[in-house]
Write a protein that binds this ligand. Structure first.
Ligand SMILES: Cc1cc2nc3c(=O)[nH]c(=O)nc-3n(C[C@H](O)[C@H](O)[C@H](O)COP(=O)(O)O)c2cc1C
Length: 166
């Protein structure tokens, strides 16, 4: 099983990126875990740019999505919504359908349990529009249970993806 990890934060020092690295370190042996950093290269979604000569960054993004069996997303909340970079990346898949039927686990690395929930709600709505099967949806607090909860979410994603025919 190939799991693609996507971080909604573009910051170098990112709690969400740290979460994905922790997930990678705890991935079961049969899981190939690939951290994809290419959403920062995507142009702003514009149907005029789409088609056979779509930008290389868009073609790469669609290719890695097609090649994976499941996706783990960790994203910050900005302005009570999902990160703009992540929304833009998802928008690029709407005309072409790579997220349709794909199992996607979502979470946010947060400083306190009440943080990040509106961002996750918005992310859920957007992924539902793209046709994804969503797993999880709770923020994970950066504290003593960070690693345990992150590994548990990855396990749940793998189980669900195994049980869900695409
Ligand atoms: C401009 C801006 C807006 C933010 N808006 C929210 C928000 O609406 N709700 C929230 O819980 N956190 C908000 N945050 C906090 C970020 O979600 C938090 O810093 C997060 O850890 C950033 O993710 P990262 O560490 O992966 O880069 C905001 C941060 C910034 C810089």
């Amino acid at each position: 099983m190939r799991v693609l990890a996507i971080c909604g934060s573009l910051q170098q020092k990112s709690g969400n990126l740290e979460l994905l690295r922790i997930a990678a370190a705890g991935a079961p042996e049969r899981v190939e875990f690939l951290l994809f950093d290419g959403i920062r290269r995507l142009p702003l979604f514009n149907p005029d740019l789409d088609g056979e000569d779509a930008p290389a960054a868009v073609r790469d993004w669609r290719k890695v999505l097609l090649a994976c069996d499941a996706i783990l997303v960790a994203s910050p909340e900005y302005g009570h919504s999902l990160s703009g970079a992540l929304k833009n990346a998802i928008d690029w898949t709407i005309p072409s359908g790579e997220l349709y039927g794909k199992t996607v686990a979502i979470t946010a690395a947060v400083a306190a349990p009440e943080r990040g929930r509106l961002g996750l709600q918005a992310l859920r709505v957007t992924l539902q529009a793209a046709g994804s099967v969503i797993v999880g949806g709770e923020p994970i607090v950066r504290g003593p249970n960070f690693k345990i909860e992150t590994h548990a979410l990855l396990r749940k994603l793998v189980e669900r993806a195994n049980a869900t025919p695409e």
